[in-house]
Design a protein around this ligand. Sequence first.
Ligand code: GCB
Length: 593
Amino acid sequence: MLRPQDTSTRERKPLTGLWRFALDPAAEGRRSRWFAGPLANAREMAVPASFNDIVTDPAVRDYFGDVWYQTTVRVPRGWADQRIVLHFESATHRATVWVNDAEVVSHEGGYTPFEADVTEHVRPGEEARVTVVVDNTLSFQTIPPGVIEDTPAGKRQRYWHDFFNYAGIHRPVWLYARPAAHLTDITVVTGLDGATGTIDYTTTAADAEGADVRVVLRDSTGGEVATGTGTGGRLTVDNVHRWAPGDGYLYALEVQLVDPAGTVVDSYHQSVGVRTVAVSGNRFLINGEPFHFTGFGMHEDHAVIGKGYNDAHMLHDFELLEWIGANSLRTSHYPYSEEVLDYADRHGIVVIDETAAVGINMGLGGGIFGSQGYQTFSPDTVNDRTREVHAQAIRELVARDKNRPSVVLWSIANEPESDTEGAEEYFRPLFGLTRELDPTRPVGFVNVMLAPYGKCRVSQFADVLMLNRYYGWYVYTGDLEGAEQAWEEELRGWATENKPIIITEYGADTYPGLHSVTAEPWTEEYQIAYLDMNHRVFDRVDAVVGEQVWNFADFMTTSGIMRVGGNKKGVFTRDRQPKAAAYALRRRWRKEV
Ligand code: GCB
């Protein structure tokens, strides 16, 4: 699927703004055909945004089930003779869409795009009604998983991940026009041979019999540096300007579909960063050079808009990453907005790209978030069907982000149960699938404390070890000396595996403004002392090639005795003010004293 673009042959129109919105607690909307006319009893809702925190009604905030969105769009009159497509960058966690009375598409998974050709259902120059039912329910057959429980007070949604189940239409929606004969996909794989860069491209097209493909590669000033013909081929660039961490240099590949008369019938622009990624022993190499990750696990999370995409927030978060000296981030715990990845591509920020497979671990949930009594892998819980949904989530993530130079590593799950036979069976094929889909990038998953060195049965499949550890927080709370010893001992065990190790989470909840002379948990001083202890350990273990603090900023979670207005492990507060630890990290990462 190619993302909507304005080119010489394509045009797009955003459908963002205020839509009509209604809850459907009795699940009657589909049966009663709510899509067949103006949505009754609707309130206004912003798109993109999570719906949860916009209104004051608790019934909306904690709602699960179907919600309905509706808008009207006037189809540009100049789009006659074009194919007209309706494109959603995401809808969390699943959606079905109608255009006027016709059902046009359904999609499972809250963080990847989907679209439908709606040409037969609209008329250029006229208005069309777009109705979407979004369902945010989580079950054992969804990614991430959850369960609806019957309680004396009614049904409740439980899940095993530590962030609020924000839902809605989180990202832009587009109506766009493309030609009947059109490009459907472009793949680029880059290589380096000394100072020469190579770009292997492949393209696919639809309804394009007899058409040929022409490609033109331009540098950042627009100068032509290579051309090619054919649906696939190799371009070479002498004295190539490499894409590198901190230097997000992009070439622009224009792909043209040309009919037998020589007319360009479709044109699409693919940005290309020429770089290589490899793992060698315990080193992670970008362009053949060892790379050390600094940065954070993050969240798409802001006051009011929840997980909704916003240009200003996105830019500000990247400004803070730059300020603190972060060279990388992990899209914990789901694929982030494409706009975020675009920025990372343009600015040389290195990305660990993660699926939404978080919380496949009912043991962990029992301990921290209060949902006990389930076995993780079983015919009734996480099962073969779940794995197929997970596989599809991996397919869609790789399809979406495969051409991004910023993405250097796939993380196919966060903290799943990984010390059992069931886990081994579940994950083996998913690693195989990811490698088949993308042989060019290392693959890993994020390991949890409950499956420490010597116990984990899934890390054998990973190219890179990603570890989340909370020595000095969830264990050895307040005892940084004991934590330091235990942590180093475990880490030295992992180091014997001769793989690069990235510490993908380490962090301590910190209430901004809370202080103590002796470092007490929850104080700003303790957060600094905790990070310092971790850094001493990392600096002593050669295999550690990355440190990503949990978390960039405080974020919203479900309520519970472990959380105070959300998770407070942020180095920045939720409104992006620095805690004292931010300055300490800045000194370490920017090597400033
Ligand atoms: C973890 C999870 C993350 C949580 C964090 C915590 O290991 O990966 O989602 O938020 O711990 O703060 O407990």
